[in-house]
Design a protein around this ligand. Structure first.
Ligand SMILES: [Mg+2]
Length: 120
Protein backbone atom coordinates (compact mmCIF):
# COMPACT_ATOMS: atom_id res chain seq x y z
CA UNK A 1 0.00 0.00 0.00
CA UNK A 2 1.34 3.39 -0.90
CA UNK A 3 1.72 5.93 1.83
CA UNK A 4 -0.69 8.81 1.81
CA UNK A 5 0.26 12.45 2.28
CA UNK A 6 -2.00 15.49 2.32
CA UNK A 7 -0.45 18.77 1.18
CA UNK A 8 -2.21 21.95 2.32
CA UNK A 9 -1.19 25.37 1.08
CA UNK A 10 -3.05 28.40 -0.22
CA UNK A 11 -0.54 28.76 -3.06
CA UNK A 12 -1.49 26.41 -5.87
CA UNK A 13 2.00 26.49 -7.37
CA UNK A 14 3.50 25.15 -4.15
CA UNK A 15 0.85 22.45 -3.77
CA UNK A 16 1.38 21.33 -7.36
CA UNK A 17 5.18 21.26 -7.12
CA UNK A 18 5.22 19.38 -3.82
CA UNK A 19 2.49 16.96 -4.91
CA UNK A 20 4.10 16.01 -8.21
CA UNK A 21 7.51 15.69 -6.58
CA UNK A 22 6.26 13.38 -3.80
CA UNK A 23 4.17 11.37 -6.26
CA UNK A 24 7.34 10.87 -8.26
CA UNK A 25 8.89 9.44 -5.10
CA UNK A 26 6.07 6.89 -4.80
CA UNK A 27 3.72 8.57 -2.36
CA UNK A 28 0.01 9.05 -2.86
CA UNK A 29 -0.68 12.76 -2.50
CA UNK A 30 -3.95 14.58 -1.87
CA UNK A 31 -4.01 18.36 -2.11
CA UNK A 32 -6.03 21.01 -0.33
CA UNK A 33 -5.86 24.70 -1.24
CA UNK A 34 -6.64 25.96 2.23
CA UNK A 35 -7.62 25.07 5.76
CA UNK A 36 -11.31 24.52 5.16
CA UNK A 37 -10.68 22.21 2.25
CA UNK A 38 -8.32 20.22 4.45
CA UNK A 39 -10.85 19.91 7.26
CA UNK A 40 -13.65 18.93 4.88
CA UNK A 41 -11.69 16.10 3.27
CA UNK A 42 -9.38 14.86 6.02
CA UNK A 43 -11.56 11.98 7.20
CA UNK A 44 -12.17 10.73 3.69
CA UNK A 45 -8.51 11.02 2.69
CA UNK A 46 -7.19 9.67 6.01
CA UNK A 47 -3.56 10.68 5.38
CA UNK A 48 -0.65 9.34 7.35
CA UNK A 49 1.15 12.65 7.03
CA UNK A 50 -0.06 16.22 6.76
CA UNK A 51 2.29 18.73 5.17
CA UNK A 52 0.73 22.10 5.91
CA UNK A 53 1.44 25.75 5.36
CA UNK A 54 0.94 28.04 8.36
CA UNK A 55 0.12 31.29 6.56
CA UNK A 56 -3.20 30.79 4.79
CA UNK A 57 -5.95 33.38 4.35
CA UNK A 58 -8.98 31.30 5.28
CA UNK A 59 -7.58 29.71 8.45
CA UNK A 60 -3.98 29.54 9.56
CA UNK A 61 -2.33 26.14 9.96
CA UNK A 62 -2.60 26.26 13.74
CA UNK A 63 -6.33 26.90 13.57
CA UNK A 64 -6.63 23.91 11.26
CA UNK A 65 -4.74 21.75 13.77
CA UNK A 66 -7.06 22.98 16.51
CA UNK A 67 -10.09 21.82 14.51
CA UNK A 68 -8.47 18.48 13.65
CA UNK A 69 -7.77 17.97 17.33
CA UNK A 70 -11.39 18.71 18.20
CA UNK A 71 -12.48 16.26 15.49
CA UNK A 72 -10.39 13.58 17.18
CA UNK A 73 -8.20 12.89 14.15
CA UNK A 74 -5.02 14.78 14.99
CA UNK A 75 -3.55 12.03 17.17
CA UNK A 76 -3.55 9.68 14.16
CA UNK A 77 -1.78 12.06 11.79
CA UNK A 78 1.86 13.06 11.63
CA UNK A 79 2.27 16.76 10.98
CA UNK A 80 4.99 18.79 9.28
CA UNK A 81 4.43 22.53 9.16
CA UNK A 82 5.71 24.75 6.36
CA UNK A 83 6.68 27.95 8.09
CA UNK A 84 9.35 30.48 8.79
CA UNK A 85 8.50 30.54 12.50
CA UNK A 86 9.21 27.32 14.38
CA UNK A 87 7.32 28.13 17.57
CA UNK A 88 3.58 28.82 17.56
CA UNK A 89 2.06 31.85 19.21
CA UNK A 90 1.14 31.36 22.85
CA UNK A 91 -2.50 30.70 21.96
CA UNK A 92 -1.51 27.62 19.94
CA UNK A 93 1.22 26.37 22.30
CA UNK A 94 -0.80 23.27 23.25
CA UNK A 95 -0.73 22.15 19.62
CA UNK A 96 3.03 22.23 19.14
CA UNK A 97 3.55 18.65 20.48
CA UNK A 98 1.57 17.41 17.48
CA UNK A 99 4.01 18.98 15.05
CA UNK A 100 6.87 16.57 14.44
CA UNK A 101 8.89 18.76 12.12
CA UNK A 102 9.07 22.17 10.50
CA UNK A 103 10.17 22.98 6.99
CA UNK A 104 11.24 26.50 6.26
CA UNK A 105 10.09 28.19 3.08
CA UNK A 106 11.60 28.38 0.57
CA UNK A 107 12.54 24.73 0.85
CA UNK A 108 14.53 22.49 -1.42
CA UNK A 109 13.14 19.17 -2.61
CA UNK A 110 15.97 17.08 -1.23
CA UNK A 111 15.45 18.41 2.28
CA UNK A 112 11.68 18.03 2.01
CA UNK A 113 12.01 14.41 0.96
CA UNK A 114 14.49 13.68 3.75
CA UNK A 115 12.10 15.02 6.37
CA UNK A 116 9.07 13.26 4.91
CA UNK A 117 10.89 9.94 4.59
CA UNK A 118 12.09 10.14 8.16
CA UNK A 119 8.52 10.22 9.45
CA UNK A 120 6.98 7.61 7.18
MG1 LIG B 1 0.59 30.55 2.55
Amino acid sequence: MTKKIMVVDDEKDIVDIVASFLEGEGYTVHSALGGRECIESIKEVNPELLLMDVMMPDMNGWEVLRDLKNMGVLEYIKVIMLTVVKEPKQEYADLSPYVLDYITKPFNKKDLLKRVTRLM
